[in-house]
Design a protein around this ligand. Structure first.
Ligand code: PEP
Ligand code: MN
Length: 279
């Protein structure tokens, strides 16, 4: 028996497929499907977010991302709009019909996030925040669990186990790069982990090529590598004006490059015989 009993494929042979229902569309995440989550690192202001969300919805995104609480290395960097930004996310959700995902860092924010967003994201820095994982396990909201940047695969699957053990079976794993000795990229993307975790676990595995590389011009190649390695989709940062983004502009695709990525992912998904969610 693996130490991560509930997450282990030995314990559940069939792949877990998570169905997320937005106001105007429903999306499947898991084996056999290819899902694209896109949006800016952070929700910055209403007009830009709504405009970008509408572009993304008509350009191939299945879910919208937008951070309200940003875990920044420096406390002086832009840390997100916080609770105030939730109305913008809700408006974008209704305007586009797409489900939304946002990161939760603090249990106290669950009260008003639950029921308003479709997936709760646990960031890399909180992968081992066991109190948070326990609380998420008591909900029936799907959780996207980023890999900690210093976490082994076993530690990551055991973090998923915390959520599963409390009764919430809707966990999506997300590889987002790990910290290595290499400074040329923000993180080192562990593509091998995707193939391995798909074997070890029945849970869906996605890849975030934006945080994994830190460089917008590496996002498309790594997104393609992710799908080729068996990932169930990608989550990418897109900004209408990356040079002026309040966070993570360097790794954000602009609109044109998002379109190029979607086109290439569609071709790969077809080759891999994965269904693209349609709306
Ligand atoms: C994010 O996706 O907004 C984020 C902060 O990513 P990570 O937790 O992987 O650094
Ligand atoms: Mn970011």
């Amino acid at each position: 028996m693996k130490p991560f009993e509930l997450a282990a494929r030995e314990n559940k042979k069939e792949d877990t497929i998570i169905e997320i229902t937005g106001p105007g569309s429903s999306v499947k995440i898991g084996e056999g499907y290819c899902t694209i989550i896109a949006g800016p690192c952070a929700v910055e202001n209403r007009d830009d977010y709504i405009e970008l969300a509408q572009f993304l919805a008509r350009s191939g995104a299945h879910l919208l991302r937008g951070g309200l609480f940003k875990p920044r290395t420096s406390p002086y960097s832009f840390r997100g709009l916080g609770k105030e930004g939730l109305d913008i996310l809700k408006e974008a959700r209704l305007a586009t019909g797409l489900p939304v995902i946002t990161e939760v860092m603090d249990i106290r924010d669950l009260d008003y996030l639950v029921g308003e967003v479709d997936i709760l994201q646990v960031g890399s820095r909180n992968m081992q925040n066991y109190a948070l994982l326990d609380e998420l396990g008591k909900l029936d909201t799907p959780v996207l669990l980023k890999r900690g940047f210093s976490a082994t695969i076993e530690e990551w699957l055991l973090a998923a186990e915390y959520i599963l053990a409390q009764g919430n079976g809707q966990v999506i794993l997300c590889e987002r790069g790990i910290r290595t000795f290499e400074p040329y990229t923000r993180n080192t993307v562990d593509i091998g982990a995707v193939a391995l975790v798909k074997k070890l676990s029945h849970l869906p595995v996605m890849v975030d090529p934006s945080h994994a590389t830190g460089k917008w011009d590496m996002v498309i190649p790594v997104a393609k590598a992710a799908i080729a390695a068996g990932a169930d989709g990608v989550m990418v940062e897109v900004h209408q004006d990356p040079d002026h983004a309040l966070s993570d502009g360097k790794q954000s695709l602009n609109k044109d490059n998002f379109l190029i990525m979607v086109n290439q992912i569609h071709r790969l998904a077809d080759m891999e015989k994965k269904k693209l969610n349609t709306r």
